[in-house]
Design a protein around this ligand. Structure first.
Ligand code: FES
Ligand code: FES
Length: 149
């Protein structure tokens, strides 16, 4: 058994230590908001926070997440109060199919914690998530809106 702390709750998951965190979250913990895209740390669909750092969970083994605070999209809002990034996403109608968006939102939430007023260059450098629907313009606008919220 491996103990993971996810969204402030402890879960004992019966997986091999080298299981990708993504699969433990989806299959064992039952939180399916975190998505599988590429499996090789390229697309960002699987982004969660590990001790506050945006992390591509397809490429982190569960044994390396033990003792750390894992936050998924399900844990980003505070009760019924959306995180300012979620609010900006709704206001700007960012998602199209939505598949990449939970990872995108988690990456942006981490960016704004480190850089509350990111420039376009910061966004280009830090938000490397891939969106096959091409929502990049709305993403950028919503990031600036959230930064000014
Ligand atoms: S599924 Fe993890 S980066 Fe693509
Ligand atoms: S909204 Fe469809 S992949 Fe990004």
């Amino acid at each position: 058994m491996i103990r993971l702390t996810v969204n402030g709750k402890a879960y004992d998951v019966d997986v091999e230590p080298d299981t990708p965190l993504l699969w433990a979250l989806r299959e064992n913990v039952g939180l399916t908001g975190t998505k599988y895209g590429c499996g090789i740390a390229q697309c960002g669909a699987c982004t969660v926070h590990v001790d506050g750092v945006a992390t591509r969970s397809c490429s982190l083994q569960v044994s390396d997440a033990v003792g750390k605070q894992i936050t998924t999209i399900e844990g980003l809002a505070q009760g019924n109060v959306l995180h300012k990034v979620q609010k900006a996403w709704v206001d700007h109608e960012v998602p199209q199919c939505g598949y990449c968006q939970t990872g995108m939102i988690m990456a942006v939430a981490a960016l704004l914690k480190d850089k509350p007023k990111p420039t376009d260059a910061d966004i280009n450098a830090e938000i490397t998530n891939i969106c096959r629907c091409g929502t990049f313009q709305q993403v950028r606008a919503a990031i600036h809106a959230a930064a000014n919220a």
